[in-house]
Structures are given as C-alpha cells and as structure tokens.
Write a new protein. Structure first.
Length: 201
C-alpha cells in the first residue's frame, strides 16, 4: 500500500488544520452551541444528547476539547479516518457546522468515571507514565487542543482505537499516536483503558 504517498497528504491537511481552520476561525462566525445542538440532532441516536453514548463502540463526546472534535470530523469528512459510518455523517458538514457542534458537546458534563480492577488501573498508570500519555492528553487525560479526552471514555472504545492506531488501521495525522501505541502489548492496552476509564476531571 502506498503509505509513502499518503503521508504528505496527511501532513498537508494537518498543517492546514493547525494553521488555518482550527486556530484562527477568523473567516467563520464564532462557534454557536445553540445552533450546534440543532445541528447535532442527527448525532444523538448514537452519541446521546448528553454526549454520553449508550451504544458499545460509540465514543462519548461530552467535554471533549472543541478542537479535538473538529479535528476528528475533518478527518472523517476528508476520508482520512473511517469507522461507524462516520464518513457519511461528516460528509455534509461545513467547517462552521463542525465548530458549532463542537461548541455544543464541549460544554456538556464529562462522563462519569468507571470502576475497574485496581491492579489493572495501577498497571495502566505505570504504562501511561512510561509512555508519556499524560504529556499530550493532559495530567488527568482530560485532553487539550486537538488531543482527545480519554478520561472517562468507554474502555471498549479506547481498546479498539489503541489497537487500530498500533496496527495502522487508524492513521493518526502526525504519527505521534502511532509511535506511542507501537510498543504496547494487549495487556498494556487493556490496562490503559481501565486507567483512563477510571479518571475523571
Ligand atoms: C450510527 C451511529 C452514529 C451516528 C449517527 C454518529 N456517529 Fe459519530 N461515531 C460513531 C462511531 C461508532 C464512532 C467511532 C468510529 C470508530 O470506531 O473509529 C464515532 C466517532 C465520532 C467522533 C470521533 C470521536 C473521537 O473521540 O475520536 C466524532 C467527533 C463524532 N463521531 C461526531 C459525530 C457527529 C458530530 C455526528 C452527527 C453529525 C455523529 N458523530 C453521528 C457513531 C455515530
Ligand atoms: C505526542 C502526543 C501524544 C502522546 C504521547 C500520546 N497521545 Fe494519544 N493521541 C494524540 C493525538 C494527537 C491523538 C489524535 C490522533 C489523530 O486522530 O490524529 C491521540 C489519540 C488517542 C486516542 C484515540 C482517542 C479518540 O477519542 O479517538 C487514544 C485512545 C489515545 N490517544 C491514547 C493514548 C495513550 C494511552 C497514550 C500513551 C500510551 C497516548 N495516547 C500518548 C497525542 C498523543
């Protein structure tokens, strides 16, 4: 497969995103959470009106950093990421729709932490420290800028994404997550999902 061809495209998109669409917003109207709620009606069936998904395999969006939501939606729309039919859901969204929808979900209360096996949580915390997960995802894994929140995220979802990032089934924009996930064992991934699921902030 032509991963060599794909990466410059991804980098160009990443640079465009970081320098233009995400950071400036000067060309668009300011994000509007009320308009965002109206535009997000089609999302509620899976992601919930509260941003807490009730369906296994669907991520919680509540309290995600706004840039992280926009960043993923652009990736789906531009077909750099696929899964769950999200390419279709994002296809019709304008940049302004994405800003508005992100403003709605970001303001909702974060998902409630999940208890897990204490040994798994401790193992997960060790791996997180050794792999510097918190240096990007935040001290409480609450996310920042375009880096997603994983605190309180559904553990099954975190496991799937880490496996996909490790195998390259999901291509991350700057390659940082691919390298963070590369050395993780299945056991580490389960433990990290327990650890992040049990975080709340
Ligand atoms: C039919 C169910 C369904 C609908 C409807 C849906 N989604 Fe999703 N969404 C998913 C699934 C499943 C995933 C995870 C995809 C994967 O496994 O990679 C996802 C992923 C996402 C992500 C990435 C989150 C992250 O943490 O990486 C965002 C953002 C998102 N959806 C926003 C939306 C928005 C906005 C709408 C409405 C316009 C919407 N979704 C409608 C099922 C749905
Ligand atoms: C150098 C910064 C960096 C480090 C270190 C890092 N991440 Fe990430 N992580 C990111 C970015 C950026 C994304 C979004 C990638 C994309 O879709 O382009 C991400 C995405 C993810 C996702 C997918 C979340 C979602 O909602 O789709 C998970 C899960 C995750 N990281 C967990 C971890 C874990 C666990 C570690 C430690 C082993 C880690 N990350 C280390 C930056 C980082």
């Amino acid at each position: 497969m032509s991963s060599g061809k794909r990466i410059p495209g991804i980098q160009a998109l990443a640079v465009g995103l970081l320098t233009g669409f995400i950071s400036c917003g000067a060309l668009g109207a300011p994000p509007d959470a009320v308009a965002g709620k109206a535009k997000a009606q089609a999302c509620f069936a899976c992601h919930g009106e509260s941003g807490i998904a009730a369906i296994a395999g669907v991520p919680h969006l509540a309290a995600q950093p706004p840039q992280a939501i926009q960043y993923q939606l652009v990736q789906f729309r531009e077909k750099y990421r696929s899964g769950g039919g999200m390419e279709v859901m994002a296809a019709g969204l304008s940049d302004q729709d994405m800003r508005d929808i992100a403003a709605y979900y970001t303001a909702l209360p974060a998902p409630v932490r999940r208890d897990a096996d204490a040994q798994k949580i401790t193992h997960g915390q060790r791996v997180s420290q050794a792999s510097f997960c918190q240096s990007c995802h935040g001290a409480s894994l609450q996310g920042q800028k375009h880096v997603p929140r994983i605190a309180g995220q559904a553990p099954e979802y975190v496991v799937t994404q880490l496996r996909n990032l490790r195998s390259g089934t999901r291509v991350d924009m700057d390659g940082n997550m691919a390298s963070a996930a590369k050395g993780l064992s299945d056991e580490d991934i389960e433990a990290l999902a327990a650890f992040s699921g049990a975080m709340q902030q």
